[in-house]
Design a binder for this molecule. Structure first.
Ligand SMILES: [Zn+2]
Length: 271
């Protein structure tokens, strides 16, 4: 299996587009080829973060009659910083007009050293074979596209700026625990015994929070996050307040879009 990786960085997100090409995929879809057979490849996202993908042309489940294409992806980290990741997978037709895709709705916190995305039922093998000419190229080749979006908790740049911003960050930290009691909060996150209150319009710009909010209906105000770590999530909320122009860091209040502005602080850092 051949691998091509393209990486782009957008704010705190590292987006890796990886293309896997499997030659002679077609013949492994058919009986008597074993269900145990898989295409396998390793890939590196950045130093300290790497992954493995396995593609089973006839699926991983022996107990069902129908054959499914199963894709199992794992990501491992040796990094000390906290990492959130989201994985999307697609097969595109060679004319570019059609695609079969599975998108993850939210970011996962890689709290263990290895995180596995199990897409055992990606699509039926029959579906690919039926439209053979569309998805299977010359030499029986199938191309699989994987997009891995990784949120890096602490990049070097953010680390330096967090030292300069320390007083504001400290004040935001107190505010999120609602110790000051002077904010018009409209949502709350709970992780075990920890509670964080926040302004929806400010934090929703953060890709990880956006994923959490999208999972529930728009009226929902309470979000339970059993798999997250409190201090790491708190940093993430603080980052979103630091980055947002909808919260004034001078007056320490939220600014309604298009409404009266608290002061003339143009800069998003409130100075
Ligand atoms: Zn202001």
């Amino acid at each position: 299996m051949s691998v091509k990786i393209k990486k782009t960085i957008k704010k705190s997100l590292l987006i890796c587009n990886i293309e896997f090409e499997m030659e002679r995929f077609f013949i492994f879809c058919l009986h008597p080829k074993s269900r145990r057979f898989c295409f396998e490849s390793d890939f590196e996202i950045q130093e300290g973060i790497e992954g493995t993908i396995r593609v089973y042309p006839r699926g991983t489940d022996d107990n069902i009659l129908e054959n499914w294409i199963s894709v199992i992806t794992s990501v491992r980290t040796k990094s000390e910083s906290d990492i959130y990741a989201k994985l999307d997978l697609s097969i595109r037709s060679f004319d570019g007009l059609e695609k079969i895709e599975k998108l993850s709705a939210y970011y996962r916190f890689l709290h263990s050293r290895e995180e596995v995305w199990d897409m055992s039922k990606f699509t039926t093998t029959q579906n690919i074979l039926q439209h053979g000419g569309k998805f299977i190229g010359p030499m029986g080749t199938l191309k699989l596209y994987l997009t891995l979006s990784v949120h890096l908790d602490r990049t070097a740049n953010r680390w330096i700026s967090s030292i300069y911003d320390a007083p504001v960050r400290r004040r935001l930290r107190e505010m999120l625990k609602n110790k000051t009691g002077e904010q018009r909060f409209d949502i709350m996150f709970t992780i075990g015994k920890c509670q964080f209150q926040a302004h929806r319009q400010v934090v929703k710009c953060h890709p990880v929070v956006q994923g959490i909010l999208q999972r529930s209906d728009p009226q929902c105000q309470l979000f339970d996050l059993p798999n997250f770590r409190p201090d790491s999530f708190e940093n993430l909320l603080i980052d979103s307040y630091m980055d947002s122009s909808l919260f004034c860091k001078r007056c320490f209040i939220d600014r309604k879009k298009g409404a009266w502005s608290c002061c003339n602080a143009k800069n998003k850092y409130g100075s």
